[in-house]
Design a protein around this ligand. Structure first.
Ligand code: Y12
Ligand code: CO
Length: 174
C-alpha cells in the first residue's frame, strides 16, 4: 500500500474520522503501511487522515533515550477516547502535515485513554510526557483539528505569512 502525506491547507485534514467497526485485513494493511511511512518521514505520530484515510486510526512510536524508535515501542491506537486529563504542559510541536513549522502548544500534562488494538480488544493507557502530548495531537487530527488552530491570533497570522512564503519558495525552486 503506497501512502502519501496530506499537507495543509488541504481540506481533507478538516474531515472528521469515522470509528473503526471492522477489524479486518484492510485495517491491518493500513496499520502495516502507516508505521514504516511514519518512520521514513521522521515522524513520531501519524493519524490515518494524514494519509487520506478518514478512520480513527493512529500510530505512535516515541523515540527512546538513544533517539531510536524500536518496533517494540510502536503503539497502534484505534477509536481512542480520552477518559481523564490532568495538569498543563507546553511543548514545541511539529506535524508531518505542516512541514517546517514548530510552535509551543499548551496541552494537558497527563491523560488516560480507552482505545482498541488492531484486533478490536479494548485497552486503557495512562500517558505522560511526550507520549501524552503526541496522543493529544493525534486525537485532534481525528476531529479535523491541527496544532496551528491552537495558536493565538497573532501567532496564527505569523504562521500564515511564513507558510505562504515557504510554499512560494518551494514552487519557484521546482
Ligand atoms: C510533539 C512532537 C510531535 C507530535 C506529533 C507528531 N508529529 C510528528 O511526528 C512530526 C514530524 C515531522 C517530521 C518532519 O520531517 C520530515 O518530514 C522529513 C518534518 O519536516 C520538516 O520540518 C521539514 C516536520 C514534522 C506531537 C508533539
Ligand atoms: Co500532526
Amino acid at each position: 500500500m503506497k501512502l502519501t502525506i496530506v499537507e495543509y491547507p488541504d481540506r481533507k485534514l478538516r474531515e472528521k474520522s469515522k470509528k473503526v467497526e471492522v477489524f479486518d485485513e484492510k485495517l491491518h494493511k493500513l496499520l502495516d503501511a502507516m508505521h514504516p511511512f511514519m518512520i521514513k518521514t521522521n515522524g513520531i505520530g501519524l493519524a490515518a487522515i494524514q494519509v487520506a484515510y478518514a478512520t480513527q486510526v493512529l500510530v505512535l512510536n516515541i523515540p527512546d533515550e538513544d533517539g531510536e524508535q524500536p518496533k517494540e515501542n510502536l503503539l497502534e491506537i484505534i477509536n481512542p477516547v480520552i477518559t481523564s486529563k490532568n495538569g498543563s504542559t507546553v511543548y514545541q510541536e511539529g506535524c508531518l502535515s505542516v512541514p517546517s513549522f514548530y510552535e509551543d502548544i499548551q496541552r494537558s500534562e497527563t491523560i488516560s485513554i480507552n482505545y482498541q488494538d488492531r484486533d478490536g480488544n479494548t485497552k486503557t493507557l495512562d500517558a505522560d510526557g511526550l507520549l501524552s502530548i503526541a496522543i493529544q495531537h493525534e486525537i485532534d487530527h481525528l476531529d479535523g483539528i491541527l496544532f496551528i488552530d491552537k495558536l493565538s491570533y497573532s501567532r496564527r497570522k505569523k504562521f500564515e505569512k511564513e507558510y505562504k512564503r515557504m510554499l512560494k519558495e518551494k514552487k519557484s525552486s521546482k
